[in-house]
Design a protein around this ligand. Structure first.
Ligand SMILES: Nc1ncnc2c1ncn2[C@@H]1O[C@H](COP(=O)(O)OP(=O)(O)OP(=O)(O)O)[C@@H](O)[C@H]1O
Ligand SMILES: [Mg+2]
Length: 402
């Protein structure tokens, strides 16, 4: 961050030597002769107490500022520092004092506005004192320029340090929050995973017994109820499988093999056909080329299901034409694109869409796409999303499987 004329020059040149170089330029520009230098120093000696007491009257210093006492001492130091600067504009004392003050201001939790205002109040008081002196106008102007140079330099170092300390505090805090957050997420994930794991076995036997009862007692009247029970069971099992993928626990069927991607795309489109029909969705695709992928077939099916399910859910909100486009291309790698013409995904959501628990749906768990990402990456592939006013597309790539 740069402040003022002096600071701008420093920033353009960048390095320490550039700062020294700028001091050179400033010296040339606002050089005082020996007499003027002496007079100005003398002036600061004699007005030291006046400047300080005037500044303390107007400066904004909170009653409970833990460095209240230090502030008065720093004020005195600053006036002596101006003298040191007049004697040697390259003095390193400016950096040292401003560093100390900036640290104290951060610790005292003083806002940057108050900090700048107090520095500027000091500058104004000194201007007024200089104007009151009986020095000729030309000399007065030179004094003002030198004092101005000093305050630009002082402000630059003070604010640079203040901002640096603040930035590092913010960085540390957000790292701490992130660590805490991911610790909690991982504990939550483990708890959820063990629940999901424990639910799976009883669920399988409940499902088995229901099927048994269904085959023995099914009547026309109860048939619809059994359909609902079975549908809900399927959906529960699907959710549990998603949880288990997400928590990196192995799925039931995780045998890797080479399989035909075009075949399973067709299978999933067939599987979802009743839903497409129900929601009046048209599915468009060219004949798929024969493409092999190496991995776990069941997991890739899960990916297709999650993306296509999202497309159906999105399109169910769309008035007018509802379209899903699927394209499969094999070049260097296998590229699968699944698009739909739903409404645009807002940018803030796009950034986190593959993170778990991100959902805009009332009953969504927000796991679908994070599971997709995890599975695709496990297959050494990539998954990306792009969304515009007219179309949302998911781009998947997989390494060639043969
Ligand atoms: N095709 C799409 N069009 C518009 N928004 C989408 C699309 N796919 C995903 N989204 C947005 O991304 C969010 C996350 O999707 P994700 O599949 O991870 O979770 P979900 O669908 O909300 O819940 P579930 O865990 O049941 O899948 C959705 O809530 C939705 O806002
Ligand atoms: Mg989903």
């Amino acid at each position: 961050m740069c402040f003022g004329y002096w600071a701008r020059k420093v920033c353009y040149n960048g390095s320490k030597s550039a700062i020294e170089g700028d001091n050179e330029k400033m010296k040339l520009k606002h050089e005082l002769n020996d007499d003027e230098r002496e007079t100005l120093i003398e002036l600061f000696h004699s007005y030291h107490d006046t400047i300080l007491s005037e500044w303390l009257k107007v400066a904004c210093i909170s009653e409970d500022d833990p460095f209240r006492h230090e502030i008065m001492i720093n004020g005195g130091h600053t006036i002596r520092l101006i003298v040191a600067y007049i004697e040697d504009p390259e003095t390193q004392l400016v950096q040292q004092l401003t560093k100390k003050i900036a640290h104290e201001r951060v610790k005292a939790k003083v806002g940057i506005g108050e900090f700048i205002s107090n520095i500027n109040l000091g500058r104004s008081i000194i201007y007024r004192v200089l104007e009151m002196t009986e020095a000729p106008k030309e000399a007065q102007l030179k004094y003002l320029l030198v004092v101005n140079d000093f305050f630009d330099l002082y402000m630059y170092h003070a604010l640079t340090e203040y901002t640096r300390v603040k930035d590092s505090i913010i960085k540390n805090k957000s790292r701490f929050i992130q660590e805490m957050h991911s610790d909690r997420l991982s504990i939550l994930g483990q708890v959820a995973a063990s629940f999901a794991h424990e639910f799976r076995n009883p669920l399988t036997s409940i499902k088995g017994f229901i099927q048994m009862i269904e085959s023995q007692t099914k009547t026309e009247e109860t048939s619809a109820y059994f359909d609902i029970i079975n549908h809900e069971m399927e959906s529960l099992q699907e959710k549990i499988t998603q949880f288990l993928y997400l928590s990196k626990m192995k799925g039931l069927d995780d045998q890797s093999e080479t399989f035909s991607l075009d075949r399973i795309i067709k299978e999933m489109l067939d599987f979802l056909y009743p839903r497409f029909l129900d929601e009046n969705i048209n599915v468009h695709h060219d004949p798929f080329p024969q493409v092999k992928v190496y991995g776990v077939e069941g997991q890739i099916k899960q990916v297709l299901l999650n993306i296509l399910n999202n497309a159906v859910e999105e399109l169910s909100e769309v008035e007018g034409d509802r379209n899903v486009y699927v394209s499969l291309v094999e070049e260097e790698s296998t590229q699968l694109t699944i698009s739909n013409n739903g409404s645009m995904i807002p940018e803030h959501l796009l950034e986190d869409i593959f993170e778990p628990f991100i959902s805009t749906k009332q009953l969504g768990t927000g796991l679908g796409l994070s599971v997709c990402k995890q599975i695709v990456e496990k297959h050494k592939g990539t998954i990306n999303v792009r969304s515009s006013e007219t179309e949302t597309s998911f781009y998947l790539t997989f390494p060639k499987g043969d």
